[in-house]
Design a protein around this ligand. Sequence first.
Ligand code: ADP
Ligand code: MG
Ligand code: ZN
Length: 664
Amino acid sequence: MTEQPRRKASKRNASKGAPRRKLETRPGAGPGGAGNGLPHSPRFLFGYLAVAFLALWLWQDVARSLAYKALPYSEFKAALVRGEVTKVSLGKDQIEGELRAAAPAAAEKGVVTSRDDTPAAPAEPQLFRTVRVEDPNLVEELVEHGVEFVGVRPSFLNQFLIAWALPIALLLVFWIFLSRRLMGAGSSVMSFGKSQARLVAERTGVTFDDVAGCDEAKLELREVVQFLRDAERFRALGARIPKGVLLVGAPGTGKTLMARAVAGEAGVPFFSLSGSEFVEMFVGVGAARVRDLFEQAKRHAPCIVFIDELDAIGRQRGVHMGVTNDEREQTLNQLLVEMDGFEPNSGVILLSATNRPDVLDRALLRPGRFDRQVVLDAPDVIGREAILRVHGRGKPLAGGVDLGAIARGTPGFAGADLANVMNEAALLAAREGASAIGQAHLEAAVEKVVAGPERRSRRLNEEDKRRVAYHEVGHALVAARCAHADPVHKISIVPRGRAALGYTLQLPAGDQFLLSQPAILERIQVMMGGRAAEEVVFGVVSTGAQDDLERATALAREMVTMYAMGKSLGLVHWAPPRSHVFLPGSEAYAPRDFSEQTAREIDQEVKAILDAAYAAARAILTREREALERIAQELLQRETLDASTFRALLADPAESAPADTATP
Ligand code: ADP
Ligand code: MG
Ligand code: ZN
C-alpha cells in the first residue's frame, strides 16, 4: 500500500534532477527544485536574443523581396530603351532599380489583374529586381538614357549571416539536443538508486504460509528471519549469521516467492533487483548500481537485499570475450567487494536466487559470501497437495474434491505448474458456468497443462482415427501387461496441443527416485507398443510413432552410457557430465571423450535394447490380439477411456482368462 506513493515520489524527483548532475545529494529537497530554473536564465536569454535577431533579419529579407518585382533581364532592357528606368543599383549578380510608373508597359500588364489599380498606380514608382546577365555595354546604355546608377558591394552582414552564423547556429542546436539526451542518460545513472531499486514496503504481504512444501528450506530461512527480528540475541552469543543465502532450484519452484516470504515474515524492508537489471549498455553502470544498492541497504538495516536470477551477473569470469562481459565482470567484482565490505552482523542479509548454480563464479560461493545454499526441490506428493491447497484458497472448491488425488497424478510438477493447474481449473469451471471447481475441472486442467489444449476442431479421417486408436491402445495394453509400468490413467484420441493426435497417460502411484533396470526396459517396451500395434493390426507402419521412437532411443542411450546397463561396456560412465543441474533438457554440447570403437559399441547396444523391447511389445500384442481389438473399438466409440473403463475392458472374463493362463 505505502509502496506506491513512495515509488512515485522518488521517480518525480529523479526526473526533476535529470538536467543537472549536481542534484545527486538528496532528492525530495525543495531548494534543488527551486534553484533549478534560475541558473538557466542567462543562457536562455542569450538564446532568445539570438533567435529574435535571426527572425528579424529573415523577416526583413522576406519583406524586401516581396516589395520588389522580379523582371526578366530582357524586359529590364526593353524598359531601359523605352526610358522608363529611373534609378538602378548594380550588385554583383543582381540589379535593383525603380521604374517610372504609368508607363505603357505597366498598364499593359495591369489590364488582366487589376483594372481598378491603374488610377492609383501613377503616383508610386515600381521597384524591380532582375538577375544580372553578362552585358558589357550596360553601363554605356545607362549613361545614354540618363539613368541614375550606383554600384553596390554585397553587405558584409548578409554574407556573414549566410556563410557562418546560420550553419553554426544549426550545429549548436544539434549539439545541445544531443548533449541533453546524453545528460539525461547520465543523470539517470547518477540517481539510479532513487529510480531503480524498489523499496518494497515493510510488509511484502507474503508469509511462509503462502509457500507450501519445502519445509527444509523454510527451516533454514527461519534462522535468517529470527536474526532479522532479534539481532541482539545472536550478537550476544557471538553467533555469526551468514551474509548471503543462495536459493537454488528448478524454474517455478518458488525461489522468488520464498525470498519475499522471508522479508514478509521478518517485517523488514526488501530491496529487490533482478540480475539483468545491473547489466546496461554503459560499462560501469552495473557497478554503480551495486554500490548504490548496498549504500541504501546499509541505511535501512536491518533489511533484505534480494538479487533475482543471480547468474545474469554472477557467471564465471573470463569465460567469454566482449564488451558485455567486461561490464558483467565489473559488476560482479563490485558485488564481491561490497559483500566483503559490510560487517557480518550489520543487519543486511543478501538473498539471491538462481537455477544455474553450476555456472556461478567460485568467488561468489566461498565462505563469507553466499556461504549458505538453500535448495528448493520440486515438491513431493505432500508438498504438491499443500501447494494446491494454498492456491485453492479463496476459490470455491466443490464438496468432493480430492486434492490428494490430483497431487498424486502430477509428479514432477513444480509450484508454478500447480498454480497454473488451479487457475486453469477455475477458468474451466467459469467457462462451464459452474458454481464451484470440481474434480473433473481439476483433472482436465492437469491434462491441459501436460498435453496442451484439446483441439476438437482438428478432424481426423476414419482411417487415421482407427490407426491412432490402435496405436494408443497398443501403448496402454503393453503397459497393463508389464509388472513395473505405471498404471494407465487415461487413453484419448482427441488431438491435443501442437502435434499429438492421441495420447496415453500413465501416472505413477508415488514419487520415484530410482528406476530399476527392468523398469526402464519395460518403459521402453511401452513406448514401442504403439508402433507394434500398428504393425500387428495393419501390417504397415506410419509416421505416428516418431515421438515414441525418439524418446525410446534417448532412454536406451542413457541406459548404456550413463547407468552402465549395457552388456559389454563395463561400468564406465560414457556420457559427458551433465552441466545444468536444475535445467533438464538443456544439455550443453560437450565433445565426446571416447573412441570410435566405443561409439560403435554403444550404438550396437542401444539398437539391441530397442529391438528386444519392440519384439517383446509385439509378442504381448499378438498374444492379446482380442483385447486390443475390443478396447480399440470401444475407444473409437467413446474417444476417451478413463482408468476404470480401461481396467474393466481388460478384465473381460470371456477373453482375458485364457490370455492370463498363457502368460506364465
Ligand atoms: P522461481 O522464482 O523459482 O522460478 P517463483 O517463485 O516465481 O518461481 O514461482 C512462481 C509461482 O509459482 C509463484 O508465484 C507461486 O504462485 C507458485 N509457487 C511456486 N512454488 C510455490 C510453493 N512452494 N507454494 C506456493 N506457491 C508456489
Ligand atoms: Mg524467480
Ligand atoms: Zn505413441
